[in-house]
Design a binder for this molecule. Structure first.
Ligand code: PEP
Ligand code: MG
Length: 757
């Protein structure tokens, strides 16, 4: 009895396994040794490992006790037999009479009919079953809770072996392991382009290299210290935010705090440590169990909570290993595709642009900041792909298709070849567009169209030259504020605006004053929690209520443009008096600067964005007040259609090429053109050849878009007979029909006239 006592127990087993892992052995030998140790330690006659293959078959990889000839021969499909049931449900099965279980499937080659009791646990990684670990005994017995726990802990060791690719190649010829299974995932296209490369996990799964502890008490202490730091950081988060005493946001943070103090969670981690794991291995094990348990629920509330729990476990792991986000630059592969659950705009900038080929995020909408920055960097982005970070392993080959919203993880050779071809084709198209850079933007029938670019970050400026844009039609000044770690001081703003003007040279730049609020949150700012932020305290509304902020920006702009031309544009104007307020402020600033001997801009023009529908009925008054107008079609469309621009559920529900919206835009163009008021449009629709064509057809002669869109739109302009288009488009727009969109008509026209869209 005493002999058994010395060789059993989870701690002893983990110690043995650690030794086995350290030995220099072949993969099969190591696995064979592992099952022998488990069987001996758990006083089981049988211990077997089944590994999941890409064809959803669980193959017997090693056994102690069953017929050795059945290794790599015996197999079960997922869902078939006890082993298949465990893999399908990601749950253990503990049976004192396996044969009487309805799922029992007899595999004659294994000779397992004499074993009655059966304990099987899934081999989990990030909540997914990669295989099944089983022990069996002849005598009927129910395995104790601590034995189940011990076997689960042991399964982690095997999960690491599988994830590290050690077992690859042992499997039956012509098959692949599940972990190398190609996955085609569809999400939302957030930034166009194609990227081929290798997965870089933004929040690298803290690879728990040290699974086994030397000293359980010391590990429990480490865990508690880390938990303490975690709790403090959550309390900080709660204090720092200017959250109302109630409200949804606070509830989420409170839930975080509740989880962090959850006794059950902490107890299960302590148990795992008591069984021999290190603190970080314990966090990972418990989290993997949580995921397996909770991800089976379809209930969106529960899944959301799982997400919170995941977040918490990630934070705790980072507390334990003290590892910052993102890998070291030197560790990055040459072509890296960052895979993240979510990330801030500034974090993307931490990756070397030379190596970055794409971004995949589990969350994210077209207007999230990280997407704005990715677009500025020219990186394709696909978002809204649930659990992609859990399915991808660092270094996996991956393709991001930002045009179609598709991601191919571990792509098969034919998909990869097709994409290499696509990239080549795209590059040749880019080369065609680049060749148009210095060509005039004039239609076939001689109408000049001004193509400007949108910008907002220093890195955009190089594009002014490369794209051949006529100028910067929209400079989103808030972007600089959004990616900064602190509120940019006046001197910093001035320096930045001066560098923009210098880079632009003779080309005009239209600076839009701060459009913060709504979804544009400053990481260091104290933002209000609003029910409807897009309709809330944002842009010019905030500027009027915080004149100090606006004055600072205006002063920085005036000083930066000393002696040169300055164009300033106001966002989200609803009423004319808002423009008057800002005008007064600008005049005072000018007077102030003159008094102190500063040279003013050589020319100064004030413009207004049309984004709020109320302005449509104040067009005459508006044009009396400003020097130019610019339609912000992203916001105008969301307000006209009552359709949240950041909500992926309705992103494609309404068409900007619908008659209703085009009629609105035409009424603006008619009014502006009748008074020779300079007019432009700077929303997303300006950058798509088809919708840009429609804009020209209804009277726009100037548009501003992402720099990458200038080439394709210029190619369309130069191929366009505008008179012909207008003669078809305008009557069609006026026709009273119930089917709103004229997209098909435009596509037909483009097709017939050799215009690529
Ligand atoms: C718009 O609303 O169309 C626009 C150009 O501004 P932003 O996208 O920055 O809101
Ligand atoms: Mg806008």
């Amino acid at each position: 009895m005493s002999k058994i006592g010395a060789t059993t127990g989870p701690r002893v087993l983990l110690k043995r396994l650690r030794e086995v892992m350290a030995e220099s052995l072949g993969a099969q030998e190591r696995l064979d040794k592992i099952v022998r140790h488990i069987a001996a330690n758990m006083v089981a006659e049988v211990c077997s490992v089944y590994v999941l293959r890409a064809d959803s078959v669980l193959e017997l990889f090693a056994t102690q006790g069953l017929n050795p000839g059945s290794v790599h021969e015996a197999s079960l499909r997922v869902g078939q037999g006890l082993v298949g049931t465990i893999a399908a449900t990601a749950r253990p099965l503990n049976l004192d009479n396996a044969q009487s279980h309805p799922a029992f499937a007899y595999l004659p080659e294994t000779g397992e009919e004499i074993y009655h009791s059966f304990l099987g646990v899934p081999i989990l990684r990030s909540g997914r079953a990669l295989g099944v670990l089983v022990v069996q005994n002849q005598a009927r017995r129910h395995y104790r809770e601590d034995e189940v726990e011990a076997l689960e802990t042991t399964a982690m060791v095997i999960a690491e072996l599988i994830a590290a690719g050690e077992l690859e190649g042992l499997n039956k010829q012509g098959t692949k392991l599940d972990l190398s299974r190609p996955l085609q995932l569809s999400g939302t296209a957030l930034a166009e382009g194609l990227g081929l490369g290798y997965v870089v996990l933004h929040e690298p799964r803290v690879v728990v290299t040290n699974l086994f502890n030397e000293d359980a008490a010391a590990e429990v202490e480490r865990l508690h210290l880390a938990l303490g730091r975690l709790r403090i950081s959550i309390d900080d988060l709660l204090d720092r935010r200017e959250v109302a005493t109630d409200g949804e946001h606070r509830e989420v943070l409170e839930a975080y705090r509740m989880f962090a103090n959850d006794r059950g969670w902490v107890r299960r981690m302590e148990e795992a440590i008591a069984n021999g794991l290190t603190a970080e291995a314990a966090v990972e094990k418990v989290q993997s169990d949580n995921r397996a348990r909770m991800s089976r629920h379809a209930d969106p509330y529960l899944r959301e909570r799982l997400h919170d729990f995941d977040d918490l476990a990630f934070r705790l792991l980072r507390e334990l290993v003290g590892r910052p986000h993102g890998p070291m630059q030197e560790e990055l592969p040459r072509d890296c595709i960052v895979v993240a659950r979510n990330m801030g705009a500034a974090e993307l900038l931490d990756y070397s642009r030379e190596k970055l080929r794409g971004l995949v995020i589990e969350e994210g909408t077209p207007t999230s900041h990280v997407v704005i920055v990715a677009k500025a960097l020219g990186i394709p982005v696909v978002g809204q792909i649930g659990d992609v970070a859990g399915m991808a392993e660092s270094g996996n080959p991956i393709i991001v298709d930002g045009d179609e919203g598709m991601v191919f993880l571990r792509p098969p050779a034919d998909v990869e070849t097709a994409y290499v071809e696509k990239v080549r084709f795209r590059a040749s198209r880019q080369a065609q567009f680049a060749a148009l850079r210095d060509e005039p933007s004039v239609t076939r029938d001689g109408v000049s169209i001004e193509l400007h670019m949108n910008a907002g970050l220093a890195m955009d400026l190089a594009q002014l030259e490369l794209s051949g844009a006529a100028g910067i039609g929209l400079f989103r000044t808030e972007l600089q504020f959004m990616v900064a770690s602190h509120f940019p001081r006046l001197g910093e703003q001035e320096k930045f605006y001066r560098s923009v003007l210098k880079a632009a040279g003779d080309k005009p730049v239209t600076f839009r004053t701060l459009d913060i609020g709504g979804d544009k949150v400053l990481p260091y700012g104290r933002m209000l929690q609003e029910e409807n932020p897009a309709l809330g305290w944002r842009a010019i509304r905030l500027s009027i209520d915080r004149p100090g902020l606006m004055r600072g920006q205006i002063r920085a702009l005036l000083k930066a443009a000393s002696g040169v031309k300055l164009k300033v544009m106001l966002p989200m104007v609803t009423e004319i008096r808002e423009i008057r307020r800002i005008k007064l402020l600008i005049e005072r600033e000018m007077a102030f600067l003159s008094r102190f001997g500063h040279a003013l801009p050589s020319d100064y023009k004030l413009g207004c964005m049309i984004e709020v529908p109320s302005l449509l009925w104040q067009m005459d008054e508006l044009m009396d007040e400003v020097d130019f107008i610019s339609v912000g079609s992203n916001d105008l469309f969301q307000f006209i259609m009552a359709s949240d621009r950041g909500n992926a559920m309705i992103a494609n529900r309404f068409d900007p090429l619908s008659r209703s919206f085009l009629r609105v835009l035409k009424s603006i163009a008619d009014k502006a053109n009748s008074r020779n008021m300079p007019l432009t449009l700077c929303g997303e629709i300006a950058g798509k050849p088809l919708s840009a064509m429609a804009l020209f057809g209804i009277g726009f002669r100037s548009v501003s878009m992402a720099p990458s869109a200038i080439g394709p739109v210029k190619a369309a302009v130069r191929q366009l007979d505008l008179g012909k288009l207008s003669s078809i488009l305008l009557p069609e727009l006026a026709r009273p029909v119930s089917d709103g969109t004229i997209r098909e008509l435009l596509m037909r026209f483009a097709g017939e006239n050799g215009i690529q869209y």
